[in-house]
Design a protein around this ligand. Structure first.
Ligand SMILES: Cc1cc2nc3c(=O)[nH]c(=O)nc-3n(C[C@H](O)[C@H](O)[C@H](O)COP(=O)(O)O)c2cc1C
Length: 351
C-alpha cells in the first residue's frame, strides 16, 4: 500500500500547464508506434479521462502531398487532450505537417527527437537530432511560427554515455519556444535496455522553466511516485508498462489525485479487456486489425497458470471469432478457479 508524499500532493495538485493548455493530469500516455492508435487510446482514456495522450509517430514527409491523411493521425471527435507526434529533420516539412495535425484536432504537436531506430536516425530524424541541436532548435522555431498550439519535444538524455548533452539540448529547445519537454532517461545507444537514468531528468528539471516530463521505467504507482520524488518532474509518462495493461495511466493518476490505490484488475478482467481490444481492432481495421491484435493479446495474457500456452495460441489467431473463443475459454477457467492470488497484475516487464 503506497502513501502519497505530502510534497507531491501539493506540488502536483494544480493542472499541468503546457503553454496556454491546461491538462488536469500529471500522468501521460506515451506515443508508441504500432500501439497507441485510436482503439488503444479509448481504452486508456476510459481509466484516465483527463490525461494527455499521443498518436503514434507520423513521418512528416510522408504526409506532404497526400490527399488522405494516414489512419494513425485519426483522432476521435472530442478526444482531448491529444497530441500528434511528428518526426523528420526538415523544418519546412514538419511545419506543413504540424498545420495538418492541428487541422485534425491536435491540442499540441510533439516532435520526436528520441527514436533510436537506424532507418530514422540515418535520415536525420529521431534521436539523431540530439547531435544536431541547431537543426532541432530551427525545427522548434519553425513549428512555433507555423501553428498556434504548443510545440513540445520528446527526447533522450544523449546519443551514448560519452555524449550526454541533455542539459544544453533541453535549454536550447526551451529557448527556441518549446512549451514542454519529455525526457526518456536512456541514451540512444541503450535503445530500450538497461535502467532509465532519472538523475539527468532531475538536472534538467532544475535548469528549465517549462514543464519537464519524466519517462522510462514507469511501470507502477510505486515507480511513478519514486520517479516524481527523485526528479522533481512535473509529470510522468508511461510507455511499455501500458502494453497489455491500459489501466496503468489511470491507476497512477487516481493515486496522485486521491492518495488511494485503485482495486487492480483481476487476470479475468484483463482478458476481458483483451477481448474488447481485439473486437474493436477488428471493427476499426478489419483483417489488419486482427494481425495487430496478436501482439496486444499476448501482452494481456500474462501472470496466471496456462498463460504461456494461451499466448502461443493467441499469437496465431486468424479471425475475431477464434480470438474471442480462446479468450472466453481462459476467462471461464480463471473465474472457475476463483484464485485471489491472480487478482494482482503480472509483474510488468519491458516487452
Ligand atoms: C513499441 C514501442 C513503440 C514506440 N514508439 C514511439 C513513438 O512512436 N514515439 C516516441 O516518441 N517514442 C516511442 N517509443 C518510446 C517510448 O515512448 C518510451 O520513450 C520508452 O519506451 C521508454 O519508456 P519505458 O521504459 O517506460 O518503456 C516506443 C517504444 C516502444 C517499446
Amino acid at each position: 500500500m503506497s502513501v502519497l508524499p505530502t510534497e507531491l500532493k501539493h506540488r502536483l495538485s494544480a493542472p499541468l500547464k503546457i503553454g496556454n493548455l491546461e491538462v488536469n493530469s500529471r500522468v501521460l500516455q506515451s506515443p508508441l508506434s504500432g500501439v497507441t492508435d485510436l482503439v488503444f487510446r479509448r481504452l486508456v482514456r476510459r481509466y484516465a479521462p483527463t490525461s494527455m495522450m499521443y498518436t503514434e509517430m507520423v513521418h512528416a514527409s510522408q504526409i506532404r502531398h497526400v490527399r488522405e491523411l494516414p489512419i494513425i493521425m485519426e483522432i476521435d471527435p472530442g478526444e482531448r487532450p491529444i497530441s500528434i507526434q511528428l518526426f523528420d529533420c526538415r523544418p519546412d516539412f514538419l511545419a506543413d505537417a504540424a498545420r495538418k495535425a492541428v487541422a485534425e484536432g491536435a491540442d499540441t504537436v510533439d516532435i520526436n527527437m528520441g527514436c533510436p531506430v537506424n532507418k530514422i536516425t540515418k535520415n536525420g530524424g529521431g534521436s539523431s537530432l540530439l547531435r544536431q541541436p541547431e537543426v532541432a532548435a530551427e525545427i522548434v522555431r519553425s513549428l512555433v511560427e507555423a501553428v498556434a498550439v504548443p510545440i513540445t519535444v520528446k527526447t533522450r538524455i544523449g546519443w551514448d554515455d560519452g555524449e550526454i548533452n541533455i542539459l544544453d539540448f533541453s535549454r536550447r529547445m526551451e529557448d527556441a519556444g518549446a512549451q514542454m519537454i519529455t525526457i526518456h532517461g536512456r541514451t540512444r545507444a541503450q535503445g530500450y535496455t538497461g535502467k532509465a537514468n532519472w538523475e539527468w531528468i532531475a538536472k534538467v528539471k532544475e535548469s528549465l522553466s517549462i514543464p519537464v516530463i519524466a519517462n522510462g521505467d514507469i511501470i507502477s504507482v510505486e515507480s511513478a511516485v519514486k520517479c516524481l520524488q527523485e526528479t522533481g518532474a512535473d509529470g510522468v509518462m508511461c510507455s511499455r508498462g501500458t502494453l497489455g495493461y491500459p489501466f496503468l495511466v489511470g491507476e497512477i493518476d487516481h493515486f496522485l489525485k486521491t492518495g488511494c490505490t485503485k482495486a487492480l484488475p483481476t487476470a479475468a478482467e484483463r482478458l476481458e479487456c483483451a477481448k474488447e481490444h481485439l473486437q474493436a481492432l477488428w471493427v476499426y481495421k478489419g483483417q489488419r486489425g486482427i494481425y495487430q491484435s496478436r501482439k496486444h493479446m499476448t501482452w494481456y495474457a500474462k501472470g496466471f497458470p496456462g498463460a504461456n500456452e494461451l499466448r502461443e495460441r493467441l499469437a496465431r489467431v486468424e479471425t475475431v471469432e477464434a480470438g474471442c473463443e480462446l479468450l472466453d475459454g481462459a476467462i471461464a477457467q480463471l473465474r472457475q478457479q476463483n484464485r485471489p492470488e491472480l487478482d494482482s497484475p503480472p509483474v510488468r516487464q519491458p516487452a
